[in-house]
Each structure stands twice: as structure tokens, then as C-alpha cells.
Design a protein around this ligand. Structure first.
Ligand code: MG
Length: 322
């Protein structure tokens, strides 16, 4: 029998080595010391959530749906769909995606959620849930079911410009096999996932050249995608703040926002939460990377487990209370 326990640091290292089947796993497990698993930290999260209202923000691609070659076919699993539906029963839940709001709604198909499309530049929520209605750019409207809604579209004036640049991008990439240009209404993106690697530079150059004529648009780089966006002071982080405020949930003492995302654009939201010391940013990644998130999940199936854990916890709580 050993009487003394090894020092904590070396023990963690030993565990990491034990768990690692090869070097890349070892690197991942040591990265997780900095960004612990949200599943393993679950107890910690719910302890902090005591007497607070949890609000859930979810990115779509790569977070709820796996990244696939054809963005038109990025569907959630049936299991994930029910996990999101269940989570929305207990917590205000918003989807914040780079896709157009219509497209992301079509893919998710749950009316009980809030949606922010085009990296947060196109937000819709039921009028009845809105606290502050005096914002510039608010538009009263009705949704497809005829319910009264509020729209918030800070880049509305850019729609004609985006349409124009979309058509030009389609034109300049049409001879590149596998290139796919998508119009998200307030932004547009050029996917090169299916383009031969030899043409990646060429496609980037052409997009870049088109953008020279549009000083009010900016180009960002996502996962095998070039994204053209209006140059405005608005991002997923601003969208999170805006949604919290509009829904009357901006009091940091009563509210615990949780944001789950996998993309570079999600970093703006992680940053807002980190700097405001509010809630948790959770990065979805199977490879180590620098992030402003606090926690991590490895892939979409871990996201699903995490959402299910939240639901189970809430159900247990209401059983205890009731
Ligand atoms: Mg994503």
C-alpha cells in the first residue's frame, strides 16, 4: 500500500498520459486543463446557476449539426432536435448563426426559440417577450404563423449591396468546380470545402478582388468559407447583449448565460461573457485552439449530452420543488 499521494500536477499529467492513445490526444487532454469539459464541470455550472435564470445561446453549424460537405444538408440528428426542444421548455433559448434567419429556422424548425441570423444582424423574437421596444431599427412585423414579432436588423441598408456582391461572386466563381456562394441576406459566403486545394488561393484572390470595390464590406475567414459582411459594429457578442437586454435578462446577478459555439465568429460572444464575468462560453472543438471560452465540448454529440444534462437537472429540481 502506498501511503503518500503524488502531487496534483504530476497526477494530472499521469491521467493525461493514461487517457491518451497517441500524441494528439495527449495535446488535447493538456489543452483541456485550460478549457475543461463542460460535461465534467456540470456540477460547478449548476452550483453557480443557483437561483439564477439560465439563458442558452447556440450556434448552429458545427455545434448542433455536424459540418458536412453540402451546407444545404447540415441537418441536426433527431436526438439533437429533441434535446434542443427540451432545453427550450425550461430555459430561454436562442440560435445565433451565420446563416440567414430563414434558413436556420428551416433547419431547426422550432417556433419556441429565438433566432438571430446573419451573425446576429437579423434577430426575431415574439413581441410579447420584448421589454425595451424603443430601439432604433426595431421593426414590428408578423411571422409566418401570423404572430406579432419584433425584428432587429442593424444592417438593413446593406441588403441591396449584399445582393449585388452575391451575384458578382457567383459570376467570378462559376468556373471553379465545387465553389458555392450562399446569400444570407445581410452577408454572403463563399464555401470552398469542395474545391480542389490547388484552387484555394485563386478563389480567395477573386473574392478579395471583388471586395476592393466595396469598402463598406469586410471579409472574414471561417471553416473553409470566406464570409463577406457589412462593416458595422455588430457581431454575435452584440447580438447576445441585445437579446439579453430586449428580453429583460441583462441583470448579471440574476441571469447565467451559456453560449455554445465552434466558430471564430463565436469568439465575439465568448469575449462578451468573459469580460462581463457573466456565465459560460463553451467552445466546441476536437482540436486544441486558443479561445475566449471558459469551457469546452469535443463535438456535437457532447453538446447534445450537455443539453440533456441541463434538462435532467431541471426536471429533478422541479420534482424536488413540487
Ligand atoms: Mg459554427
Amino acid at each position: 500500500m502506498q501511503s503518500s499521494s503524488p502531487p496534483r500536477k504530476s497526477m494530472l499529467k499521469d491521467i493525461a498520459i493514461e487517457l491518451a492513445s497517441d500524441d494528439s490526444d495527449l495535446v488535447y487532454y493538456s489543452w483541456m486543463l485550460k478549457y475543461p469539459s463542460a460535461l465534467k464541470s456540470f456540477h460547478h455550472i449548476i452550483t453557480r446557476a443557483h437561483k439564477k435564470k439560465i439563458v442558452i445561446f447556440l450556434d448552429y453549424d458545427g455545434t448542433l449539426s455536424p459540418i458536412v460537405d453540402d451546407p444545404e444538408r447540415a441537418f441536426m440528428s433527431i436526438d439533437m432536435h429533441s434535446a434542443v426542444k427540451d432545453v427550450a421548455k425550461y430555459f430561454p433559448t436562442a440560435i445565433i448563426s451565420g446563416r440567414s434567419r430563414d434558413k436556420v429556422f428551416e433547419l431547426v424548425g422550432l417556433t419556441e426559440l429565438f433566432y438571430a441570423g446573419s451573425h446576429g444582424m437579423d434577430i426575431i423574437f415574439p413581441a410579447k417577450d420584448t421589454i425595451s421596444v424603443n430601439r432604433l431599427n426595431y421593426i414590428r412585423s408578423t411571422d409566418k404563423q401570423g404572430k406579432e414579432v419584433n425584428l432587429f436588423q442593424p444592417a438593413r441598408e446593406f441588403i441591396p449591396m449584399i445582393n449585388e456582391v452575391f451575384r458578382t461572386l457567383v459570376e467570378v466563381t462559376k468556373d471553379i468546380p465545387g465553389a458555392f456562394v450562399e446569400n444570407h441576406k445581410f452577408c454572403t459566403s463563399v464555401h470552398y470545402r469542395n474545391v480542389d486545394e490547388k484552387s484555394w488561393r485563386m478563389i480567395a484572390q477573386r473574392v478579395h478582388d471583388v471586395l476592393k470595390d466595396y469598402p463598406r464590406l469586410t471579409l472574414t475567414h471561417g471553416r473553409k468559407v470566406l464570409e463577406v459582411r457589412p462593416l458595422i459594429d455588430w457581431d454575435k457578442g452584440k447580438a447576445v447583449e441585445f437579446l439579453l437586454e430586449s428580453l429583460g435578462l441583462s441583470n448579471a446577478n440574476d441571469v447565467l448565460p451559456i453560449y455554445i459555439g465552434d466558430d471564430r465568429t463565436d469568439e465575439d460572444a465568448f469575449k462578451v461573457l468573459r469580460e462581463g464575468n457573466r456565465g459560460y462560453g463553451i467552445l466546441v472543438s476536437s482540436v486544441p485552439k486558443e479561445s475566449k471560452a471558459f469551457l469546452s465540448l469535443r463535438d456535437t454529440s457532447e453538446v447534445k449530452e450537455f443539453l440533456k444534462s441541463l434538462v435532467r437537472w431541471k426536471e429533478q429540481m422541479s420534482n424536488v420543488d413540487g
